[in-house]
Design a protein around this ligand. Structure first.
Ligand SMILES: Cc1cc2nc3c(=O)[nH]c(=O)nc-3n(C[C@H](O)[C@H](O)[C@H](O)COP(=O)(O)OP(=O)(O)OC[C@H]3O[C@@H](n4cnc5c(N)ncnc54)[C@H](O)[C@@H]3O)c2cc1C
Length: 563
């Protein structure tokens, strides 16, 4: 039971890579109607008369069902047995984690309300929107822009296959932005409907915790047996002279015009993805990183490979350069001054230098919710904070900041609280992708992590020209890699950089999560002709790493299609 839960906070030392959009995970019914009118938001939770009959029915049904949970919750979170609470659960923030926790809790019979800030494409202290970062300012709009930007590469590829254009294809930025924003409006409406249809009460406004069982939303008080904080995070731009001229990822997804020349500061997955987007949309792209390589935390070979492929597509990567100032010239153009010099003539400077949890002015200090020095909420393995009735899921806890992980945490919490099934999120073998160009997919351990953990590992790699590139004539290549435990033959890690890497790795992630061995991979018949078949046809290790030595075996270049 929850009283005996350990108070350790799981933390992840590796950088958090990325991944799949939300559509499939939430099984979003795409035919659902568009946004609700504001009359669907409840202004006074205490008077059920303000609810529609449908809601009243749902709520009384929920209360009937939740009586059993109430008794259970009393002893464990300091709630008073005889006290009436407006809700079993009040969720602050309707992003991936909050929506999942609320919806599942309601499905399990709890009475639930969720508050969320009004919609805007740009987040602030006062704006957000149902659906959260992933849907409105992250995974979804980003992937739509990745699709848009891929075409230029495909146009180039097509020439080798006989396509001729009388004129160079032109891109209309405003069409892209208008269509993208219409889709975001549709999605935020869908999220409201998902919650509403589950019987969750929607409250529009900024939530703040007043006491362990009370949330204030813009002056109105709501009491709840449990509170879940799922407020996510926002981009962070370091203070340097001229930082007011910089844009963040929110703004970069919603620019009024295409950047002609853009500096992207940062080497994480968001920086690398935006570099690909703007490069594909024919901007002149410069990436500035403090370190020697992009994508800290990813497999070293993949890091090198993707940087090389990005450079071949025309992205200039400035390594070991820290920004010191942004200077605006009389003609409006921007210069970026770094420790190594100044690069001039940018139309935009984007900072992709990390995100900070939205925990300021949330009332956490008042009620005694413990936070890390970065402002992330500390939780135990069940997502419980230092205050027994308050829980936190998703990016605000800074565990593994990915949408599917926030969903997992939200779902696990609902089970723990309302299904009498204490459930810890399982962070083993979480697959992820970077939608760079070419994209990366990965699951399990990097070579470096595997050596550290297991000592003796066998590495299988294939670095080859994909079939498409034989005729397109472009310098595209694919890198695929298996990290295998020498002792058990288990596949510990699987990495790919090349076309369709994210789709490919999602499938193989099941095998890695299931703990399958290299022999299982070898026993699987490939699908021909694909790049993915390489994962089941790598026979000879590229190198065998033993605690004391490294034996390199040159397995040569892959024969086309494994023939
Ligand atoms: C550019 C970008 C690209 C990304 N790409 C991917 C990707 O490809 N794959 C992937 O898995 N992940 C991706 N992510 C990460 C992913 O978006 C997050 O991990 C995920 O959205 C976290 O969900 P969450 O519920 O914790 O928080 P969020 O989705 O951020 O939701 C928090 C919500 O709380 C609201 N809120 C904040 N404060 C309050 C308050 N006081 N009262 C009421 N509401 C409040 C906010 O408005 C927001 O809607 C990306 C992120 C970014 C920024």
């Amino acid at each position: 039971m929850a009283t005996s839960l350990s108070a350790t906070t799981p933390r992840f030392t590796f950088a958090s890579p990325t991944f799949q959009t939300l559509y499939s995970r939430l099984s979003i019914p795409l035919s659902l109607p568009l946004p609700l009118s504001s009359s669907h938001f409840l202004s006074d939770p205490k008077t059920l008369s303000s609810l529609s009959r449908h809601h009243r029915g749902l709520l009384s049904h929920c209360h009937r069902h939740s009586r059993g949970f109430a008794t259970r919750a009393e002893s464990e979170n300091g709630s008073e047995p005889a006290r009436h609470y407006d809700f079993d659960l009040f969720t602050i923030g309707a992003g991936s984690g909050g929506v999942r926790a609320s919806r599942f809790a309601a499905n399990f019979g709890a009475s639930v309300a969720v508050c969320e800030l009004p919609f805007s494409t740009i987040s602030s202290d006062t704006t957000g929107g149902f659906g959260g970062t992933c849907v409105l300012r992250g995974c979804v709009p980003k992937k739509l822009l990745v699709y848009a930007s891929n075409y230029s590469h495909e146009f180039e590829e097509s020439h080798g296959f006989g396509w001729k254009y009388d004129a160079e294809p032109k891109h209309d930025w405003s069409t892209l932005m208008a269509n993208k924003n219409a889709e975001l409006q549709r999605l935020t409406g869908i999220y409201k409907n998902i919650l509403k249809n589950a019987g969750v009460m929607l409250v529009e406004g900024r939530g703040k915790i007043v006491d362990p069982h009370t949330v204030d939303v813009d002056g109105k008080l709501y009491s709840a047996r449990h509170i879940v904080i799922s407020v996510g995070g926002r981009p962070f731009i370091p203070e340097i002279p001229g930082s007011e001229y910089a844009i963040d990822s929110d703004a970069a997804l919603d620019l009024p015009s295409k950047p002609e020349k853009i500096a992207i500061v940062g080497g994480g997955y968001i920086a690398v993805e935006f570099a690909g987007i703007f490069n594909g949309l024919t901007s002149d792209v410069h990436v500035f990183i403090r370190q020697k390589k992009v994508l800290r935390g990813f497999d070293e070979e993949i890091r090198d490979f993707v940087a090389e492929q990005m450079s071949l597509r025309g992205i200039e990567i400035h390594t070991e350069e820290s920004p010191q100032a942004i200077i605006k010239s009389a003609d409006g153009s921007l210069s970026l001054k770094t420790n190594k010099g100044t690069v001039e003539g940018f139309s935009h400077v984007m900072f992709a230098t990390g995100r900070r949890p939205n925990t300021k002015n949330l009332g956490l200090e008042t009620v005694g919710v413990k936070m890390t020095k970065n402002g992330a909420i500390e939780v135990d393995e069940y997502s419980r904070t230092s205050v027994p009735s308050i829980w936190a899921v998703g990016d605000v806890t800074d565990r593994l900041n990915l949408t599917p992980v926030a969903l997992m945490e939200g779902g696990a919490l609902a089970k723990t609280l309302f299904q009498n099934e204490p459930t810890k999120p399982d962070y083993r073998a979480v697959p992820s992708a970077v939608f760079s160009q070419p994209p990366i997919g990965q699951v399990g351990l990097t070579e470096e992590q595997a050596i550290q953990e297991y000592g003796d590992v066998d590495i299988f790699t294939a670095n080859f020209k994909p079939l498409k590139a034989t005729i397109s004539g472009l310098p595209d290549r694919v890198l695929m890699k298996l990290v295998v435990c020498a002792k058990t033959n288990k596949v510990l890690g699987l990495h790919m950089c090349g076309e369709d890497a994210a789709e490919t790795v999602q499938g193989f992630a099941v095998a890695v999560k299931a703990g399958l061995t290299k022999a299982d991979f070898d026993a699987t018949v490939g699908i021909h002709p694909t790049a993915a078949e390489e994962f089941v046809t790598m026979r000879t290790p590229t190198r065998k790493i033993r605690k004391t030595s490294e034996e390199k075996i040159d397995s040569g270049v892959k024969a086309p299609a494994g023939v």
